[in-house]
Design a protein around this ligand. Structure first.
Ligand code: ADP
Ligand code: MG
Length: 752
């Protein structure tokens, strides 16, 4: 610890504290500067205890003693490799042993004669009292009294430790920084700080890093959370400003085009929510700046129709619209159902988009582009996209590839946004000559805090109502360990089919008749999307030993052999089948020629077969809450009550909690809230969701208090940016914004 003067928030930790502290911090925690270091906040705090006299030690009691090192012994361990360090400390009259199973770095610190303060729980070994791996701090002889007093008057922060960097190292380093830094940046304007009753930043850091005994650190932590929200919201406010000012082509709907013809032939009445969403979208598409909308709606709330109507308005106005779907199965289904909904309005011919057929009136051509198509199909699709013949383009992320050129892309719609990264949305957006309008749709309801943070540059539209005629879905948890329950489940499947309905059976992996390995998530979609069981990853329970998970092939065989299901037509679907086969199976199932479809989560999103009334999810504990809700949304679509059975062999309580939550409600918004609460913090967005601006460190996204706080920060930051878009009057805030953007850029590059 050399340069103690002239520390600033920009001083490199390596420079201030040397490599031994600096390097592991940089590598493991991304802490490069002193400013970063100050943001490393303690996990928890210990209250210092009264000093105990070495003569009064009691086995089993936690104790703090001040003593000198009297002896140091290093010897090989008997049972395993490595060395055992025993340090004997004493006060001249009594002695105590300290035992370390990892000598480094203690043997260099606890040298003969060193004075220290030691904390731990007293144990006994071979008749002698001892502390195993105590927390300790070596004291300077001259200032020992002072240091001990200081230590006794403060709570002891426990930092997340990294390799050789201990909590104590960090505590010491924080003390040095706080004592010698000349200035701490204050990104919050004074009036905001006062209005929100927040500590100033220095006081907050003091409180967080060295709180006195008996005070609450909460005001300090609250200030850290507010700062995080404020900086993020300032970035989002700047982004919204840029978008609001960048030009886009207004796409003004006409009254006698495709949209009108489509509305006239719709077989159902739009719900009030669908109508309202349509109005908002048409209005925004007609503006000269790019629309940025997030449409969230419960599973089955009818988002596709809204998307089609917006696309038709754009085609009517002379532009093209692209619909990006996360899987081939979903893209193909959209293609089928949209061409069907369009009926005679869709032409497979090469009429110019928005063209008028002399006999039929307005028509457009719909193109499908996926990775699994034949070269010929793809060539045709690419040509019609480039020439503008295709007004509506549907595809997987094959659409994003560089060689895909649009004639005039006016609207980008991303379906099931939760399956994409933000970069993919942006990549498609790049394909417009002018920034196209953007509509992002998701059926996984996004809690407000997340929406404001991750999608804070978009305006949100919410569909709460389901179309009339939907039947409730009943959900039960089935214990796989009870043979009678399992038998009853398959019997129930047979009964459902006997009533003329169809059934999905969902498995967590593909497996194969030959070889049972490989999770379904591996290369699940032929397009290379591996977004299948990622929701489940955050929920890995430690219910060892590893169970054998149900695979689609094994289950298909099992069901075909089950006498209870004799005569039923059972088929298999998963992402690794080639596109033609996937398409064939889905078409057959949709046509009612398959009774039981055994599938992976490839059917998770969007699949819409009205006659399907029952779903059995095997190893249900392997899936995330939102994912199960999505899956369950595949049944109960056509006026027949839906039944969802979640089979599980786990007794891990967190898994059961999740499944019970799912069984207790069908409200996706409520489930999303619980999901966020049940997950560990930081886990919330998962790798796939973590596009720009999404990772948070201090904010608790499922938390109601933080919702209010983010709301306040959004309000305050927007006001600041409105008055001073470049933040020239707010250099400290500008510095924080720049640092945050750098961090995101780095994270983005790392992900590739
Ligand atoms: P999601 O919002 O989950 O994407 P979809 O768009 O797939 O839902 O719609 C689910 C089903 O509801 C589709 O079969 C669709 O045709 C039908 N649907 C949509 N809107 C209505 C409506 N207003 N009335 C009746 N059925 C509707
Ligand atoms: Mg959908």
């Amino acid at each position: 610890m050399t340069t103690r003067s002239a520390l600033t928030e920009d001083t490199l930790v390596v420079k201030a504290f040397g490599k031994r502290l600096g390097q592991p911090l940089a590598t493991h925690k991304g802490v490069h500067t002193v400013g970063d270091l100050l943001e490393l906040i303690p996990r928890r705090y210990l209250t210092p205890q009264e000093l105990t006299d070495l003569g009064d030690l009691v086995v089993g009691e936690s104790t703090t003693v001040v003593a000198k090192v009297r002896d140091v012994q290093l010897r090989p361990m008997r049972q395993r490799r490595g060395q055992l360090l025993t340090v004997i400390i004493g006060d001249g009259r009594h002695e105590l042993d300290l035992t370390f199973f990892r000598p480094y770095p203690h043997k260099d610190r606890l040298t003969l004669g060193a004075l220290g303060i030691f904390t731990g729980t007293i144990g006994r070994y071979a008749g002698r009292l001892q502390l195993t791996h105590p927390e300790y701090q070596v004291l300077d002889e001259h200032s020992a009294d002072e240091t001990v007093q200081d230590l006794q008057s403060h709570q002891i922060p426990i930092y997340p430790t990294t390799g050789a960097v201990t909590s104590l190292n960090l505590r010491t380093a924080m003390g040095v920084v706080l004592d010698s830094i000349d200035r701490i940046r204050e990104p919050l304007p004074e009036d905001v700080r006062r209005k929100r009753g927040l500590l100033d930043r220095r006081a907050a850091l003091e409180l967080v890093h060295r709180p006195e005994v008996g005070v609450s650190v909460e005001p300090g932590r609250r200030r850290m959370r507010y700062d995080e929200a404020f900086v993020l919201q300032a970035i989002l406010a700047q982004r919204r400003r840029v978008a609001a000012q960048s030009p886009s082509v207004p796409r003004v709907a006409i009254s006698d085009g495709l949209l009108a013809a489509f509305d006239a032939r719709l077989p159902f009445a739009l719900t009030a929510g669908q109508q309202e969403a349509g109005r908002v979208l048409l209005d925004e598409l007609a503006r000269p700046h790019p629309m940025q909308r997030l449409l969230q709606g419960e599973v089955g709330s009818g988002k596709t129709v809204i998307a089609v109507r917006a696309m038709l308005a754009v085609v009517d106005a002379g532009g093209q619209a692209a619909l990006l779907a996360p899987t081939e199965v979903l893209a193909a289904q959209h293609f089928r159902s949209i061409t069907q909904l369009l009926g005679p309005l869709a032409t497979s011919g090469m009429l110019p988009f928005g063209g008028t057929d002399p006999e039929r009136g307005p028509v457009t051509s719909v193109a499908l582009l996926t990775g699994g198509q034949s070269a010929g199909e793809r060539r045709t699709a690419l040509a019609s996209i480039a020439s503008g013949a295709a007004g509506i383009v549907i595809g997987t992320h094959a659409l994003i590839q560089a060689h895909v050129e649009f004639f005039d892309l006016g609207l980008v719609i991303v379906d099931e946004q939760h399956r994409f990264g933000v970069e993919q949305r942006d990549a498609l957006r790049e394909k417009g000559k002018n920034p196209p309008h953007v509509l992002v749709m998701t059926a996984t309801p996004i809690p407000r805090t997340v929406a404001m943070t991750v999608f804070g540059d978009m305006e949100t539209l919410t569909l709460r109502e389901l179309p009339a005629g939907r039947s409730p879905i009943v959900t039960h948890v089935v214990e796989a360990s009870k043979p009678a329950w399992v038998a009853r489940t398959w019997q129930r499947v047979a009964e459902e089919v006997a009533k003329g309905h169809q059934v999905y059976v969902v498995c967590p992996k593909i497996g194969s008749t030959a070889e049972q390995g490989g999770p379904a998530s591996e290369g699940e979609d032929a397009d290379g999307m591996d977004a299948v069981t990622d929701d489940a990853d955050g929920h890995e329970d430690t219910d060892a030993p590893e169970r054998t998970l149900a695979g689609v092939y094994a289950v298909t065989d099992q069901l075909r052999a089950d006498p209870a299901l004799a005569g039923l037509r059972v088929a298999t679907l998963h992402g690794r089948l080639d596109s033609g086969e996937k398409d064939r199976v889905m078409t057959e199932f949709a046509a009612g020629r398959i009774d039981v479809l055994v599938a992976t989560t490839v059917i998770e999103v969007g699949v819409d077969v009205r006659n399907a009334s029952m779903m059995v999810v095997l190893d249900a504990d392997r899936f995330g809450l939102s994912q199960l809700h999505q899956l369950r949304g595949r049944v109960g679509r056509g006026g027949v009550p839906g039944l969802c059975l979640l089979m599980t062999g786990t007794d891990a309580s967190s898994a059961r909690e999740r499944l019970d939550a799912l069984a207790s409600t069908t409200d996706g918004f409520e489930l999303a809230r619980r999901d966020v609460q049940l997950r560990r913090e930081g886990d919330i967005l998962g790798a796939r969701q973590s596009g720009r601006g999404s990772s948070v460190r201090f904010l608790r996204l499922g938390h109601a208090d933080d919702e209010a706080l983010i709301e306040a920060a959004r309000h305050d930051a927007t006001a600041v940016v409105d008055l001073d878009p470049e933040l020239t009057q707010h250099p400290d805030l500008a510095a924080r914004v720049a640092a945050r953007l750098d961090e995101e850029q780095a994270a983005y590059l790392e992900r590739g």
